[in-house]
Design a protein around this ligand. Structure first.
Ligand code: LMR
Length: 396
């Protein structure tokens, strides 16, 4: 039977990890997969995480199952982190948290829930979006459509986005990026979020907000503006949150599906369905990442350590954005790439073409996604002159 199976190319983002490892160029630069890197190019374990793990190792008494919704202690800390400490949504008991294997796991739970409980609803995603969105929803049997997000000059096309949202059939699902839009780095302003809310209300759309980079844009609360506005203004929404990036625990697969319903009764109904979806996918989520997060967020001495480390990462990325544009000045390219300093989060949609990206890889050992998405955390003060020179060469 297997003789009929065709080989397909590997994942465009994850494939870069292997390709980069194999490259023997001593000056090679990895701007591929979205992981934070320090000035040495390493992805270190955060100090707060190390300490939390030491405490867990000492105090953990069992490895038994944690249930389909995951550890209650994890939900209890993620809900206020995402929705706000004094959230009226939490006070009303309208939100449910389900620990998931990463943000990707939360997206797949959401997709399976939509497919089984809201049949006939299509999903609308930004063009461009994280490539895995394009796989996850159709894999669950949901039809996927795109709305514009970036214009021909590589700028946020908010007018195009809004008028497309106004055309979405009533009741469909619209996927929005809470902050640090992946892959572009273009985020909505508070005023733009308010306009999106109005259209979502008018068209009776169900927002699904992907919140994978909380704390990497402007700050933990600032980045949650859109999520909290929608949750407090609408009866229903879906949020897929991740602690992979803001706790640097990528391999521990630590995400959360948050379902917001009209009232506590409806939330419990929805929650009961989510438990089934989780059970059918993987039964129980892995526990360790969630335990780290709840240990940190319930320890008065670890919270400030973690917050400071997150601020350090965010500030470093934003400084590198500005320094990248500066480094291009001698080549007369600073205006062309000025958007990199304006974007937020780990990624920049640089405007480099697939052909230029190929040349950067083949001639300079610089790796990024062919869409021109660069992981800004891969910049460093050591490699910026080399990067600028290489970008100038492929712009010739
Ligand atoms: C990325 O976009 O690079 C990250 O979200 C990692 C991934 O799984 O693609």
């Amino acid at each position: 039977m297997f003789e009929q199976i065709e080989r397909v190319p590997g994942d465009a983002i994850l494939g870069l990890i292997e390709a980069f490892k194999k490259d023997t160029n001593p000056q090679k630069v990895d701007l591929g997969v979205g992981v934070y890197r320090d000035s040495q190019g390493n992805t270190p374990i955060m100090r707060a995480v190390k300490e939390a793990e030491a405490r867990l190792l000492k105090n953990e008494t069992t490895k038994t199952y944690i249930g389909s919704h995951g550890a209650p202690a994890y939900g209890n800390v993620v809900l206020p982190m995402v929705l706000g400490e004094n959230s009226p949504v939490l006070e009303a008991g309208r939100a449910s948290a389900t620990q998931s294997p990463g943000g990707t796991g939360a997206l797949r739970l959401a997709a399976d829930f939509i497919a089984s409980q809201l049949p006939g609803k299509d999903i609308w995603v930004s063009d461009p979006t994280w490539p895995n969105h394009l796989g996850i929803f159709p894999a669950a049997g949901i039809k996927l459509h795109k709305y514009p997000y970036v214009d021909a000059n590589n700028r946020l096309d908010f007018d195009g986005m809004l008028s497309a949202l106004k055309q979405i059939p009533e009741g469909d699902v619209v996927l929005l990026h809470a902050c640090c839009h992946n892959p572009t780095g273009f985020d909505l302003s508070q005023d733009q979020w308010k306009q999106v809310l109005e259209v979502v209300r008018e068209r009776n759309l169900l927002p699904l907000v992907d919140f994978a980079y909380q704390g990497f844009g402007e700050g933990l609360d600032e980045d949650a503006y859109g999520v909290r506005l929608l949750a407090e203004s609408l009866d229903e929404m879906i949020i897929t949150s991740s602690c992979s990036k803001n706790f640097g625990i990528y391999c521990e697969r630590t995400g959360c599906l948050i379902m917001v319903a009209k009232d506590n009764e409806q939330m419990e109904n929805v929650r009961s369905q989510i438990a089934i979806v989780a059970r059918e996918n993987y039964s129980n989520p892995p526990a360790h990442g969630g335990s780290i997060v709840s240990e940190i967020l319930t320890s008065d001495d670890l919270i400030p350590v973690w917050r400071d480390e997150l601020t350090e990462m965010r500030d470093r990325i934003n400084t590198l954005r500005r320094d990248f544009v500066e480094a291009l000045k001698p080549y007369g390219l600073d205006q062309k790439y000025a958007c990199v300093a304006e974007q937020r989060g780990m990624f920049s949609y640089t405007g480099l073409t697939p052909e230029q990206v190929d040349r950067l890889r083949d001639e300079f050992g610089i790796y990024m996604v062919r869409s021109g998405r660069a992981n800004v955390a891969g910049f460093s003060h050591e490699n910026l002159p080399y990067l600028a020179k290489a970008i100038a060469a492929v712009n010739d």
